[in-house]
Write a new protein. Sequence first.
Length: 459
Amino acid sequence: MSPVGAASPAPATRAPVLFVDDEAALRHAAAQTLMLADLDAIPCATATEALARIDCDFPGVLVTDIRMPGMDGLTLMAEALKADAELPVILVTGHGDVDLAVASMKGGAYDFLEKPYAPARLVAAVGRALEKRRLTLENRRLRAGGIAAADPVAARLLGRSEAMTRLRAQLRAVAATDADLLIEGETGTGKELAARALHAASGRSDKPFVAVNCAALPAELVESELFGHEAGAFAGATRARYGRFEHARGGTLFLDEIDSLPIGPQAKLLHVVEQRTVTRLGAHEPIALDLRIVAASKRDLAAAAQGGAFRADLLYRLNMVTLRLPPLAERRADIPELFLALLSHAAARVGRPVPEVPGAVLSALATRDWPGNVRELRNAAERMALGLDTGLWDASVAPEGSLADRMAAHEKALIAASLAAHGGSLKATYPALGLSRKALYEKMQKHGLSREQFRDDGA
């Protein structure tokens, strides 16, 4: 991407950085620093010039000097936050204004820089602010349902990691067909969510989506629940009943934990999958079916088939297409965005405002183990939305101490989170943080971090 300056407006796909200072030399130096970091800088000589560009849909961030003639930086910040209370504003202060800047953070400022600041400090602060802005706007679009209408797969399966990008592409490709599908993944990775996304993106989206947890079906009622029965088929069957297959006609039948089905019903299921007909218990005439079958398992069904716990012929019929859902441990870079989206939904559900999540907490969440995967992460988001103190975030925030100590701890947490998200790859980490390679090495040395701590190979 080529740098864009004031003389060449930023394309709509790039997030601009409004830099406001009445001193031309400082504006020029800041613009050069930001453009060298591949950020779109829009230098403004006055607060009024910057304010004219800001509204609730403004995709960028605001960096402003405090001391300026006419409208000063604090007034500009107040006016900008009226347009959008969640807009990240970074204040630039002189030595004598540090206390004022710290106090202003309680009034809505995102961060502040004290003159003279290192160019890397400006780039890092702006990078964090832009990421926060991106997540804020994305969550708004999710709440508004814009993504759901345009792309039901992207609306349900969040994440920018390579694994999730690949998964969404595979689901979209399969959705255009009527192929049956097998979804494998650990507990809590979102297998039913993926099945619902597939259904919503398919030509069957206006037909029923019927979900069956095979592990929850009583053994003596499995066949009746799945295939239905006629009156008198067995003791207690006083009237005919549709099975789940018939309920899903025209749509999608989701069979979760299919590996828990007893061997007997597996044989009848194989016949239904092959013939696309179902015969109710106690009946003789088959009923034609038009539906897609999506099966899911947290176990390796191929291994289960080799061990005799699952029919190999049924596996071959079901796994026309097999998708694997990655655990959170394989997509740590997605955790902050996913947590914020879950928190937004949870807060809306309980009728509370979305809590502000400190950057250090998001960093700690990305490095923490989540054996329950998205389900466990959702539970944590719901507890935060309810204001419950679980210790998860209290233990993650920066420690008490001087401002310099808290900022250093926050910086260390962000660097550690990015290293963890990229498996210890410095080549991927330093551009993600908006740092040069040399600056990243220096900060890692300062904070006692090494790439070996975050490698993916288990070393």
